[in-house]
Design a protein. Sequence first.
Length: 367
Amino acid sequence: MRPLATAQLLILLSQATPLVTSQDSSSSCLDYSTRSRTRHPPFSPGRHALSSARPSPSCRTFNLSSLESLLGTLPIADPDLLRLWQNTYPNTLDTAIKWHGHSNSPDSEEELTFIITGDINAMWLRDSARQLQSYLPLLTPSPSSDSLASLFRGTVNTQARNVLSAGYCNSFRPPPESGVISDEEGGDKDVVRPEYDRAGVFECKWEVDSLASFLELSRDYYFSTHDIEFFGRQGNWTEAVRRVVEVGRGMQRGTTYGADGRVLGSGYSFARMTTRSTETLANDGAGSPVASGTGLVRSAFRPSDDATTYQFLVPGNMMFCVALAGAAVIAEDLGEQELAGEMRAFSREVREGIEKFGVVEVVGRMG
Ligand SMILES: *[C@@H]1O[C@H](CO)[C@@H](O)[C@H](O)[C@H]1NC(C)=O
Ligand SMILES: *[C@@H]1O[C@H](CO)[C@@H](O)[C@H](O)[C@H]1NC(C)=O
């Protein structure tokens, strides 16, 4: 388990912290995990007198005028509930956009975004996609580099780069262009196969929803903007999607027992020196044995980053099934018919696997 995300922390702390205030000064901005430990006026005029949790405007990590307008006109009558909304909804933009800029490559205008989870200086494929997904209602097409659309494009690009460099990994260090220092240890001591670039990866836990998140984020951006030109630039996106399909196909293969009773090898394995069983995998890093040919994709870890006991995580497969079909529309609109066909066929196989092995009929009365 990772520590609580900032939005959760904020809800807990808004109720029980002492009446001390530490403000951002104009010259320096408090780290959000420090700032959120104390209460800040003005307090909501309701029963709970909730703190104002947003950093001062000069300390916010991304400005979006449509968000400010929305926060000012929310039709929520309860003053505490309204404050909770005003505190939490902007939280990713206020605190977690650690960097938004361009690639160093001279021949490229590639936008890049680095979104931290809030408490760790690293970007998870899953978390960053979810963090942006909250703002989908505000997403409109825009070529401007200070738009929400640019933030989405930068995140898709950063994720595509990450998927291409280390397709099994869940969490990544800042792009070198950002100049953001990455000094936390992460999974540096983990023994993982296949090997990956330790300088770019924070942790390499294979989770099927990581790759589903990349596809879903892409689909989210495309369905809101119809910006097909973005996905066609230099083919990086299609290359990353091919890698998603390749990794996913590999993880459909099982790890069962050989004739001599040994667990058969795995395309991915993960072992960590730890006192927690949920932070490593059984069977020398292959995980509990599972069969081949179910159509399902196995997931060594869950969305909480804890190890799975049964690797065919059904909710992760449901997400992957839907994400493949959604992103296939982009591939098709790019003229990549073959890739789109492969994605749809894969999606169908996963769906059939879920229907066959993931549905249990409960006979008799419940409860
Ligand atoms: C957001 O706007 C404030 C002014 O209201 C400015 O001081 C701050 O630098 C802006 N933040 C970013 C990331 O541009
Ligand atoms: C595609 O990837 C290459 C290599 O990482 C990079 O130099 C280039 O800027 C990328 N292009 C676009 C448009 O994203």
